[in-house]
Design a binder for this molecule. Structure first.
Ligand code: PMT
Length: 222
């Protein structure tokens, strides 16, 4: 059926934030709610795909019918993503992964004895870039959350991370991007770009899933 156009495809989707522990009670994170990634999972499921959703800590119900893998840190998400990505047709990286983690996590709660303190950070693995390096790589779609020069930075990430597509959102605009119910995307391939105008994240996800599949079919046509 045309409405089940993703039958026989397996999508792996990352969603939500990661948490990078500082000590047993504190962490570094961001404002991702998981809404965009969960909406993509629902849209792919209703188009007939098998869906694995790798999610950071969020306050959302898992879409019915998906396999949910819950993780907390970027390292855990990296491990889960690489394990799942070897067996999927399409990988969508919607998670807001922390770029850095704390170099030395304190084993006890840090006391506020000093007036100032410094945290040493080290870079996390780039999950979507590592998936795109796999020998049998799936069709790989990244996101770009930018506050300025959206096209310039999004195209840079598309090339540098070896992605098939990148969906860019301007997260400096009000009422879209992080934690809002609506979003607007510009989706770049190496040769073209497509606008998905501001709408509810579920409607945006439906259009994005159809667009990803168009590019996927084009890449795999014999
Ligand atoms: O969750 P919501 O509240 O609904 O908000 C949605 C969103 C704004 C989080 C989402 O639309 C979005 O933009 N997700 C990507 C956020 C992000 O971290 O973007 P980035 O430009 O920093 O990263 C670029 C790409 O690399 C992303 O696909 C990201 O998942 C990936 N990445 C980044 C760092 C890292 N260590 N590993 C990665 O895989």
């Amino acid at each position: 059926f045309a409405d089940k156009y993703l039958e026989n495809q397996h999508w792996v989707i990352t969603a939500g934030p990661t948490r990078e522990p500082i000590d047993p009670v504190r962490y570094i994170s961001n404002h991702s709610s998981g809404k965009m990634g969960y909406a993509i999972a629902r849209a792919a499921l209703s188009a007939g795909a098998k869906v694995t959703l790798i999610s950071g800590p969020v306050a959302l119900e898992a879409p019915i019918g998906c396999q949910l893998i819950q993780v907390t840190s970027a390292d855990e998400m990296h491990q889960a993503a690489l394990a799942q990505a070897t067996d999927c047709t399409t990988f969508v990286a919607c998670a807001a992964v922390a770029d850095y983690k704390v170099a030395n996590i304190a084993s006890e709660k840090i006391k506020k004895t000093n007036d100032a303190m410094q945290l040493a950070l080290v870079k996390n693995h780039d999950i979507v870039a590592d998936v795109a390096q796999l020998k049998d790589k799936p069709f790989v779609v990244g996101f770009a959350a930018e506050t300025q020069d959206v096209e310039h930075y999004a195209r840079g990430k598309l090339m540098r991370k070896n992605l098939d597509l990148i969906a860019a959102n301007d997260v400096a605009k009000e009422n879209q991007g992080f934690n809002s119910n609506d979003n607007a995307l510009t989706v770049f391939s190496s040769i073209d770009k497509t606008e998905i105008p501001l709408a509810n994240k579920q409607q945006v996800a439906k259009q994005l899933v159809a667009l990803i599949n168009q590019h996927y079919q084009q890449k795999h046509k014999v």
